[in-house]
Write a protein that binds this ligand. Structure first.
Ligand code: CUA
Length: 169
């Protein structure tokens, strides 16, 4: 799982940027000539904190429905999906409607692409199936029915026929 490291590195870099900003602000504040009048300063700091609040609200609102969020333990159903030239082994291939499903996707030979389509052939989600790795995708099916699994990456002669089904009940 790379995500905790990526998060940690991002936070560290943000801290560095914040420290630079703090240093610049501290040193420029010492220069009294550059300071604006009290009224302008009040307006400016109001605008600044207003933007900070808007930024936080927008970030939280847009990051929450992150499609690959596989963190929290809950009542999710786990499905193992293994690609091989040229078929999918999906266990179980029947899943409940309305419950989060965590697909753990891997390959027994070469790279494949695990793509799931609804009855109108619209792709719902996809991830790579790689030998030696298990990629996770989380999805909640809101409608019952038959969903098609297609291979999304050219993997040899019969790639086009690497099709399977998931039954949602
Ligand atoms: Cu498997 Cu293309």
């Amino acid at each position: 799982m790379m995500q905790p490291y990526v998060l940690l590195i991002s936070l560290l870099l943000m801290l560095v940027v914040a420290a630079i900003f703090w240093w610049v602000v501290r040193h420029s504040a010492a220069n009294a000539r550059l300071r604006p009048s009290g009224q302008v300063e009040g307006y400016r700091s109001g605008l600044f904190w207003g933007l900070v609040v808007v930024g936080i609200v927008v970030a939280v609102a847009t990051l929450r429905p992150w499609p690959y969020d596989v963190g929290a333990a809950d009542d999710a159903v786990t499905v193992m999906a293994t690609g091989s030239q040229w078929s999918w082994e999906i266990v179980p291939s029947e899943v409940p409607v309305g419950r989060p499903i965590v697909f753990k996707v891997t390959s027994s030979d070469v790279n494949h692409g695990f793509g799931v389509y609804d009855s109108e052939d619209t792709m719902l989600f996809q991830t790579q199936a790689m030998p030696g790795y298990v990629n996770q995708v989380r999805h909640t099916f809101t409608d019952a029915g038959k969903y098609r699994v297609l291979c999304m990456e050219y993997c040899g002669l019969v790639h086009h026929d690497m099709i399977s089904d998931i039954e949602v009940k």
